[in-house]
Structure formats: structure tokens, C-alpha cells
Ligand binder design. Structure first.
Ligand code: ADP
Length: 197
């Protein structure tokens, strides 16, 4: 049986750049003010291995990371092979994934379970597009970041884009159970919902 629409859950994480820039409160506020509920929350200094288990390892996902990099390089006129030493999209994806693991384990993250109507899509919308130059104003990434693959890859690191949010309900289910014990994810009523929705 399908769950009630208000019970859709997603997983959001404030990345280390969001934490050290003092943006935890702002990010949580943007989620709550949309009428989404925070139903679990914890800060964690995750190990490299823990982050490795969080991000997919399949070829499709890794190649997609490479494709994203290639298309930004093309858009801004950078030479992929010259900058990264290869034009192989899978190799580039693997390289970016490695930088991402280093970045995500270099400082604390805040892991959050969010519940509400279309929680997965709403959280992605609040975060904004992956690449800050493409993220709309009014989104977390659009308002607070200016980073780009052109700079990040030049410096051999992942893009600093403040937040992670699950892309699909299936990914959300997997990520929530990866980061939280079942007993720590419990819903409650938000009384303002009696008046807002
Ligand atoms: P999202 O986080 O929006 O779901 P992806 O799943 O495609 O985006 O990528 C995961 C993370 O990897 C991004 O949030 C970003 O931090 C980093 N990343 C993606 N593409 C690149 C790239 N070309 N260079 C450096 N880091 C990247």
C-alpha cells in the first residue's frame, strides 16, 4: 500500500563546507519554512569508508559524474584532457568520486531525515542544481556558492556545494537506513500544519 503523501521521506546532509561556514541553521530553516518536517538529525564526523558506502559505485553513476564534468568543460572552453590528463569519462568520474570522498570526510556533516509532501523533489528544489553556476537564486546552492568544476578540478577536489539531498524515493530509503537506526526516525505532528495545509 502506498504511504500517505505527507509521509514521504528524504535524506539531506549538510556537507562539511556548509557546517564550517555556519550555514546549518539557514539550511534547516529553508526546509522547515516550506512545510517539511525534520524528523531525525545528527552531526557526524564520517570516515572515508562511511562516505564510500554512501555514494553509488556503479558504472552508470560514475560515468555520469564524468559526463557532467565534460559538459561544463565544453561550455566554458576548458580542455578536458589537458586539465585532467584523460578524456575517458569513467576515469574522470572515478577521479571526481575520490575527491568527493576526501571532501566529505574532511569535516563534520549534519545528517537529516525530512518528511512531507513530495519531500524528495522539494528537498532537491530547495538545494538547487548540482553546479552552483546553474543553481537558481533562492536555492541554497544558488544563494551561497560560486564554485565550479573548472576551479574545483583545477584544484583536484570536489565542488563545494553545501548540501546533499537524495535524488529518488528509492535512494532516500537506502540512505536513511544507511545513516540512521530505525528507532531514531520517528514522526510527530507539526501543529502549524492545522492552519497552513
Ligand atoms: P548532486 O549532489 O546534485 O546529486 P551528483 O550526484 O551528480 O550531484 O554529484 C555528487 C557530488 O559530487 C556533487 O554534489 C558535487 O559535490 C560533486 N561533483 C559532481 N560533479 C563534479 C565535478 N565535475 N567536479 C567536482 N565535483 C563534482
Amino acid at each position: 500500500m502506498n504511504k500517505h503523501p505527507k509521509q514521504e521521506k528524504t535524506f539531506v546532509m549538510v556537507k562539511p563546507d556548509g557546517v564550517v561556514r555556519g550555514l546549518i541553521g539557514d539550511i534547516i530553516q529553508r526546509i522547515e519554512q516550506r512545510g517539511l518536517k525534520i524528523i531525525a538529525l545528527k552531526m557526524e564526523w564520517a570516515s572515508h569508508e562511511k562516505i564510500d558506502g554512501h555514494y553509488p559505485k556503479d558504472e552508470k553513476w560514475i560515468t555520469r559524474l564524468g559526463e557532467k564534468t565534460a559538459s561544463t568543460y565544453e561550455k566554458y572552453g576548458y580542455d578536458l584532457e589537458k586539465e585532467l590528463g584523460t578524456a575517458d569519462l569513467k576515469k574522470i568520474g572515478q577521479m571526481v568520486r575520490g575527491w568527493l570522498l576526501d571532501f566529505m570526510s574532511q569535516g563534520p556533516v549534519v545528517k537529516i531525515v525530512v518528511e512531507g509532501v513530495h519531500a524528495v523533489d522539494m528537498a532537491r528544489k530547495i538545494c538547487g542544481a548540482t553546479l552552483p553556476s546553474m543553481a537558481d537564486m533562492g536555492t541554497i546552492r544558488g544563494d551561497y556558492s560560486v564554485d565550479s568544476p573548472a576551479l574545483a578540478n583545477f584544484e583536484k577536489r570536489a565542488i563545494y556545494n553545501l548540501v546533499h539531498a537524495s535524488e529518488t524515493p528509492e535512494e532516500a530509503t537506502h540512505e536513511i537506513s544507511y545513516w540512521f537506526d530505525k528507532k531514531d526516525v520517528r514522526s510527530y505532528d507539526r501543529r502549524d500544519f492545522d492552519f497552513v495545509i
